[in-house]
Design a binder for this molecule. Structure first.
Ligand SMILES: [Zn+2]
Length: 289
């Protein structure tokens, strides 16, 4: 079970959302059979996406985070609900890249840095909110920090980490996002800057087994912070046969007739969980009604 914890400074001017996303990342690795470098890239995406989704107000709201950097992993996408439950996929899950000179996984190389980060918030209105920025580095955390600063004008610091065991299974995953709530209080900014500089990297903290409430409190140390709320979030795909039918119907009459004629059965595979839905010629023709 993943866990989201939010802490708020005493004066309400700084919010820190922290997450233990270990189980989410293990689940995406299992479902997509992804290589470590793709697991790390998607892992950062779900960790951030879950925190961002949890900022949505109402049940039924969804947030889609898409990164299209031109790297071998193709487009990376995560969809989160307002509780921070997530599902994700990449264009290519089996990317193999040499390790970086420092021995780390080449996530930037896998994602690519030439493209866009897009955030779509569907809040049940006529038009969804869409924000987009050119990628800063393809490292995801830096790109999200830039997104909030440029697109939403919310000063934000984002840290995301995935730690692996020697056998390439996921040991721990997590992250945090510190955001200034307007009006910005200069004194709080100074304290936060000091805290974040003195804190260890998120991967070092995860290696030690630190929990989200611990790093969420450390980030706001000296600001009289308290835990605002905390709850569990998971990797969850909400696909169903009914939804798949709707997708097929949206392709239009001609395309359905063509598929029904060309093949005995049409197989539709969910990108987020790899579940397969089969439609016979008869099923397909029934959709036309
Ligand atoms: Zn699915």
């Amino acid at each position: 079970m993943g866990k989201i914890v939010r802490t708020l400074s005493e004066d309400g001017s700084v919010l820190c959302s922290a997450i233990d996303s270990t189980d989410m990342v293990r689940e995406l690795q299992r479902l997509h059979e992804s290589t470590p470098v793709v697991t790390a890239a998607l892992g950062r995406m779900v960790t951030a996406g879950s925190i961002m989704g949890a900022m949505l107000k109402s049940d039924g709201d969804t947030l889609t985070l898409r990164v299209n950097g031109g790297g071998p992993a193709g487009t990376l996408m995560v969809v989160a609900d307002n509780w921070g439950n997530v599902k994700c996929c990449a264009g290519e899950h089996q990317v193999q890249l040499p390790l970086r000179a420092d021995g780390g996984l080449d996530v930037n190389g896998c994602v690519g840095g030439d493209g866009f980060l897009t955030v779509v918030k569907d809040m049940g209105l006529k038009e969804p909110y869409v924000g987009q920025i050119p990628l800063v580095s393809g490292n995801i955390a830096e790109d999200i920090t830039a997104y909030y600063s440029i697109s939403e004008q919310i000063p934000t610091v984002c840290a995301l980490g995935i730690v692996f065991n020697d056998d390439a299974t996921v040991k721990a995953a997590g992250g945090y996002m510190v955001q200034l709530v307007p009006p910005v209080v200069d004194k709080a900014v100074d304290v936060i800057e000091r805290n974040l500089t003195s804190m260890e990297s998120i991967t070092a903290m995860l290696e030690k087994g630190m929990q989200p409430e611990e790093y969420a409190m450390m980030a706001l140390e000296g600001l009289g912070a308290e835990v605002l709320d905390s709850w569990e979030a998971v990797y969850h795909c909400d696909c169903s046969r009914e939804r798949t039918e709707r997708v097929l119907i949206s392709m239009g009459r001609e395309e359905i007739e063509k598929l029904a004629k060309e093949q005995e059965k049409t197989e539709v595979c969910c990108h987020f969980c790899n579940k397969k839905y089969e439609f016979s010629t008869e099923d397909m023709l029934n959709l036309l009604k």
